[in-house]
Design a protein around this ligand. Structure first.
Ligand SMILES: CC(C)(COP(=O)(O)OP(=O)(O)OC[C@H]1O[C@@H](n2cnc3c(N)ncnc32)[C@H](O)[C@@H]1OP(=O)(O)O)[C@@H](O)C(=O)NCCC(=O)NCCS
Length: 159
């Protein structure tokens, strides 16, 4: 399956709890505070969350990125998104976000939202280019090594 904005050779794999270890491995490559495999397994087996892995060869042997989201009532929240460093800057983050936008629309969600650290310029640019607007702020939400950063809440209506 090819997706908007991604090279033809990349593919999306719908995740089950069996992908938890791979998701944790990719998350650790993307974030300073990694989430555990049991954490991903819990999110995916609770029935509330869904995830996609973007692979270079379609069978998850060369994973490039991932996205995990949940839909409650008519709102879809992007819970986490990452593209492994060697694949960044090629539009894959945008492709993963757009893939969830399509699924949210199909699930009749009317809005999507997410939280991102104020100092995460790449991610904020990505979301703003995809039409997300700032909708709020949580002071000192992200804490690490004695420092902290506000979380910016972004929201986008789904037409
Ligand atoms: C944020 C992230 C998912 C973006 O993924 P991506 O595939 O690089 O995204 P895109 O290619 O669609 O580009 C998004 C923007 O970041 C830029 N960018 C991201 N990483 C880059 C890199 N390593 N080198 C150059 N530019 C980069 C892109 O050029 C683009 O900016 P621009 O439109 O102003 O040129 C990725 O950088 C990442 O995984 N970061 C760590 C985890 C994270 O912060 N997740 C989001 C938390 S909410």
């Amino acid at each position: 399956m090819s997706i908007d904005g991604a090279p033809d050779t990349e593919q999306l794999v719908a995740c089950s709890a069996a992908h938890a270890a791979l998701l944790a491995q990719m998350h650790a490559a993307c974030f300073a505070v990694p989430w555990s495999a049991p954490g991903f397994e819990g999110l995916l087996s609770s029935g509330g969350a869904s995830a996609l892995i973007l692979t270079a060869d379609g069978d998850a042997e060369e994973p490039c990125g991932f996205i995990l989201w949940r839909t409650a009532a008519d709102e879809t929240e992007i819970v986490t998104l990452g593209v492994v460093p060697e694949y960044r800057g090629r539009g894959l983050g945008a492709a993963l976000t757009n893939a969830v936008l399509e699924r949210a629309r199909a699930a009749r969600a009317t809005a999507m939202y997410l939280e991102v650290a104020e100092n995460n310029g790449h991610a904020r640019r990505l979301y703003e280019e995809l039409g997300f607007k700032q909708a709020g702020r949580r002071r000192d939400y992200y804490k690490s090594n004695g420092g902290s950063a506000d979380a910016i809440i972004y929201r986008r209506s789904i037409e």
